[in-house]
Design a protein around this ligand. Structure first.
Ligand code: DQA
Length: 150
């Protein structure tokens, strides 16, 4: 089996895309974003699976099983990014290479958004590029996994 399975993990509040501040988060809904990510991935020779939860424990339990279903991950953990050491520990436990993505520019917002529990753990961080950030993350993953575009 080729190592090209990417799990795209959406954390707390990401299901409000589409009605959340469009200047920061764009006009797309989460299902619309997933269609775009799926298209970006196919262009790169990657396959995608998606998971969303607003419940930290459920998110953590999903990370515990991540290595069984994915070769790499994209993680947008929403606000958990800035304080949940439990989510960081669970991603580390998975051993799955991951890229951290944020739709908004977290570097230009409140100070508390500038810290990430994933620092030093992820293979890359992409923020402030709306849906295009996911394309960039997938490119990093294709390079990491040694997958060539079809
Ligand atoms: C976010 C940025 C976080 O600071 C925020 O809490 C979110 C979304 C983003 O995608 O820009 O919920 O992760």
């Amino acid at each position: 089996m080729p190592a090209n399975r990417v799990e795209v993990l959406h954390g707390v509040n990401l299901d409000t895309l589409g009605s959340r501040d469009p200047d920061k988060y764009g006009n797309f809904t989460l299902p619309e974003l997933e269609v775009k990510i799926g298209r970006f991935a196919r262009e790169l020779g990657l396959t995608t699976q998606f998971f969303h939860s607003n419940h930290e424990g459920e998110f953590v339990e999903h990370l515990h099983r991540l290595a069984e279903v994915a070769d790499a991950a994209i993680v947008n953990a929403g606000a958990w990014t800035h304080y949940s050491w439990a989510v960081r520990d669970a991603l580390e436990f998975s051993g799955v290479p991951a890229v951290e993505v944020h739709i908004s520019d977290v570097s230009a917002r409140e100070d508390w958004r500038k810290t990430s529990v994933f620092d030093g753990l992820v293979i890359g961080r992409v923020f402030g590029k709306k849906e295009e950030g996911y394309r960039e993350a997938l490119q990093l993953i294709a390079r990491e996994l040694g997958v060539d575009a079809p």
